[in-house]
Design a protein around this ligand. Structure first.
Ligand SMILES: [Zn+2]
Length: 251
């Protein structure tokens, strides 16, 4: 691969040796990549100007290294730092969660420009005055949809028949299951119609609209716990950022 340039968002930062860094980026044009930056630590203030921090929006220049899937990154220039996120522990915790979630569900080199746009729009929204919780739910649902693992809600995930209000949510079957199929997952849980509708709204409507929709507290809570179980099942590992989020929220 010759020298490449792309917009990128930092998902992860690892310090290595005395002066080098490895950054995991989600790039607009190449999907997730890892890049090594040499000789940057210690003078980070002048050199990076914040471009190495998690969720910074950068323009990077990078090229192949022989026998390695880590690219040499020769330039990493900041486009936007999202100051309001850095000033709020809560926003920062949610930002770290979105970065870790995306890192855990994507493979290196898997290009998806819509995922890049989703991440960038979510960070912008988080940086404004939208509720952090709401931004995280929008990010989760739209990400599931883009990755093709959205829960089935209109029909039974097991038999395909239309579901009624007695349907339950099954994490292992991948969505709602009808009364005839309840035996296929004894752990399926009841879910409110309002929650199902809200998930469908978030998936279908543009960002700015769903950020402002008002829903009952119970719906918000049920949505959060349902998505958590669903994502945990697909990710198969505990995200570190979730522990931090719990601490911040004191729950
Ligand atoms: Zn069924």
């Amino acid at each position: 691969m010759p020298i490449q340039k792309s917009e990128a968002i930092v998902l992860r930062k690892q310090d290595i040796r005395e002066t080098s860094l490895i950054l995991t980026f989600y790039t607009k044009d190449f999907g997730k990549i890892k890049g090594i930056l040499r000789g940057v630590r210690g003078v980070r203030g002048q050199y990076g100007g914040g471009s190495f921090e998690i969720l910074s929006h950068d323009e990077i220049v990078f090229y192949d290294r022989k026998k390695s899937d880590i690219f040499t990154t020769s330039q990493c220039d900041l486009i936007e730092f999202f100051n309001p996120i850095r000033r709020s522990l809560e926003k920062l915790a949610y930002a770290a969660y979105m970065a870790e979630l995306l890192d855990s569900v994507t493979a290196l080199g898997d290009k998806n420009e819509q995922v890049f746009d989703l991440l960038l729009n979510s960070i912008k929204l988080l940086s404004g005055d939208a509720s952090s919780r709401r931004v995280a739910r929008i990010f989760e649902i739209k990400l599931l949809s883009l990755l093709g693992i959205m829960p089935t809600l209109g029909s039974c995930a097991n038999c395909g028949k239309l579901v009624d209000t007695c349907a339950k949510f099954s994490v292992t079957q991948g969505g709602l299951i009808c009364v005839n199929c309840l035996a296929s997952d004894v752990n399926a849980h009841a879910i409110m119609q309002g929650t199902v509708k809200f998930i469908e709204h978030i998936r279908a409507l543009p960002f700015e609209k769903v950020a402002r929709i008002k829903v009952a507290n119970a719906v918000g809570k049920e949505l959060e716990s349902t998505l958590r179980k669903f994502l945990d099942y697909h990710i198969e590992r505990r995200l570190k950022s979730l522990e931090f989020l719990k601490e911040i929220e004191g729950s």
